[in-house]
Design a protein around this ligand. Structure first.
Ligand SMILES: [Fe+2]
Length: 159
């Protein structure tokens, strides 16, 4: 990254890169959780849910793109091995329910993952506010999308 671009960051850059890698691990875990659920879900309503899960999974991959770009700009390195994801992530990875026709559980697990992501990005936004405006605008954009995703999962829950 350009020298000036790093100079203006009013935070410990290594610590910031660690936080962004934590976010990256969360995103890949969410991607895989939704992507896998989209494949295994079965039964009534499975097709619609599968499409939604896939769409949200791809949004998480876009988030991973944005995070990786920012990490590299800061002179850091995105996590180089998927083995690191579980240890780095701040949110839990949840396997599909034993019964792949349990749509309600799949949706609930998705909503829980979004709640965790929202909490994480909200904290990170506060941490970088007024310290690193570039990271701030990325984090706020991701936060807004996680809020939309939580909403989408909530709307899918049968009432
Ligand atoms: Fe998400």
């Amino acid at each position: 990254m350009g020298k000036k671009g790093r100079e203006i960051v009013g935070l410990d850059i290594e610590d910031l890169v660690n936080s962004l890698n934590q976010a990256l691990a969360n995103e890949w875990q969410s991607f895989y959780q939704y992507w896998l659920a989209a494949h295994v879900v079965t039964g009534e309503g499975a097709l619609g849910l599968s499409e939604q899960l896939r769409k949200i999974a791809l949004q998480e991959m876009d988030h991973a793109d944005e995070l990786a770009k920012r990490i590299l700009q800061l002179g850091g390195m995105p996590l180089t091995n998927p083995r690191e994801w579980a240890a780095a992530a701040s949110c839990a990875y949840v396997e599909p329910p034993e019964n792949p026709a349990d749509l309600k559980q799949i949706i609930k697990d998705g909503a829980d993952a979004e709640v965790c992501a929202i909490e994480f990005y909200n904290k990170l936004a506060n941490k970088v506010f007024n310290k690193d405006s570039v990271t701030y605008q990325i984090v706020v954009r991701l936060l807004a999308q996680e809020v939309e995703q939580e909403d989408a999962f909530d709307d899918m829950l049968p009432r």
